[in-house]
Design a protein around this ligand. Structure first.
Ligand code: ADP
Ligand code: MG
Length: 246
C-alpha cells in the first residue's frame, strides 16, 4: 500500500497541493484526473520526491517519511523512497545518445551498481515484455513515439519498483500509438503492477483504473470506482469536469 496523508506543496506563495490524502492499494490502478493545473503532475512528483512537500506523510511499503517545512529529508531517505518508484513521463524523456538497451540499463548500472552483463539481461527481458527486444541496439530517435514510450516503461520497471507512476503516458501520442502504450500498461495491470496514473484519456481511465481520484485546485474533490465517479459523480465540480471529457 502507498499512502499519502495531508500532503501540502507550495511553490513560493503558491499553494499547489493542500490536504491531499490518498491510499493507492497494492496491485491496483489508481487514475488521477482533473483540469490542467490542478496539481496532478506535482502530486506524482511528490510520490517519488522529485518535489518535496512542506507537510504531510508519505508511506511506501516499509518506508515512511514525515514532511516538515524546515527539514528536508536526507539523501538516504530520498533514495530509499525513490527505489520503490518508477516514473513514466508524457514526453518519454529517453537519453538520446544511448541505445534503447542502454536506456533501460542506465539506472541499474549507475544507481544500483549492477554489473553491466546482469543489467543487460534484465533490460532484454523487459524489452521483450514491451515487444521491443528487436530494437535493443537502435537509437531512440529512430523509434515511433509509441515505441519510445514502451522503452520508457521498460526503463521505469527495471529496478522492480513497488509502484509505477505515469504522468499522462498517452497524451503526446496519436490514437493508434496511444493504443499500443495502453496495451502494454493494461498487461502490466493484469499482472498486478501497482500504478498511479495521471491521465486525460477517459478510455484509459475507464478501462484500467480500479479507483479514480478527481483533483481540482490542489485538493482531491472526490474519489471512487470508475463506475461511480464517471457515472454518478457526487460533487458538482466532478460532474462539470466529467462532462467535458465525454
Ligand atoms: P497538472 O499536472 O494537473 O496540469 P501541475 O502539477 O503541473 O498540474 O501544476 C499545478 C500548479 O502548480 C500549476 O498552477 C503550476 O503552474 C504550478 N507549478 C507546478 N510546478 C511548479 C514549479 N516548479 N514552480 C512554480 N509553480 C509550479
Ligand atoms: Mg501535468
Amino acid at each position: 500500500m502507498i499512502a499519502l496523508t495531508e500532503i501540502e506543496k507550495r511553490f513560493g506563495d503558491t499553494r499547489v497541493l493542500q490536504g491531499v490524502s490518498l491510499a493507492v492499494p497494492e496491485g491496483r490502478v489508481t487514475a488521477l484526473i482533473g483540469p490542467s493545473g490542478s496539481g496532478k503532475s506535482t502530486l506524482l512528483r511528490c510520490v517519488n520526491l522529485l518535489e518535496i512537500p512542506q507537510a504531510g506523510r508519505l508511506e511506501i511499503g516499509e518506508e515512511r517519511l514525515d514532511f516538515r517545512p524546515e527539514a528536508r529529508p536526507s539523501r538516504r531517505e530520498i533514495l530509499a523512497i525513490r527505489r520503490q518508484t518508477g516514473m513514466v513521463f508524457q514526453n518519454f524523456q529517453l537519453f538520446p545518445h544511448r541505445t534503447v538497451a542502454q536506456n533501460v540499463m542506465e539506472g541499474l548500472v549507475t544507481v544500483q551498481r549492477w554489473p553491466e552483463a546482469k543489467a543487460r539481461v534484465r533490460a532484454m527481458e523487459l524489452l521483450d515484455k514491451v515487444g521491443l527486444a528487436h530494437k535493443a541496439a537502435d537509437w531512440p530517435s529512430s523509434l515511433s513515439g509509441g515505441q519510445q514510450q514502451r522503452v520508457a516503461i521498460a526503463r521505469a520497471l527495471a529496478p522492480s519498483p513497488r509502484v509505477l507512476l505515469c504522468d499522462e503516458p498517452t497524451s503526446a501520442l496519436d490514437p493508434q500509438l496511444a493504443g499500443e502504450v495502453v496495451a502494454v500498461l493494461a498487461a502490466l495491470a493484469r499482472e498486478g503492477m501497482t500504478m498511479l496514473m495521471a491521465t486525460h484519456d477517459l478510455r484509459l481511465a475507464r478501462s484500467m483504473a480500479h479507483q479514480v481520484a478527481f483533483l481540482e485546485g490542489g485538493t482531491i474533490v472526490e474519489h471512487g470506482t470508475p463506475e461511480s465517479l464517471f457515472g454518478q459523480p457526487a460533487d458538482p465540480r466532478t460532474r462539470r469536469f466529467v462532462a467535458t471529457l465525454i
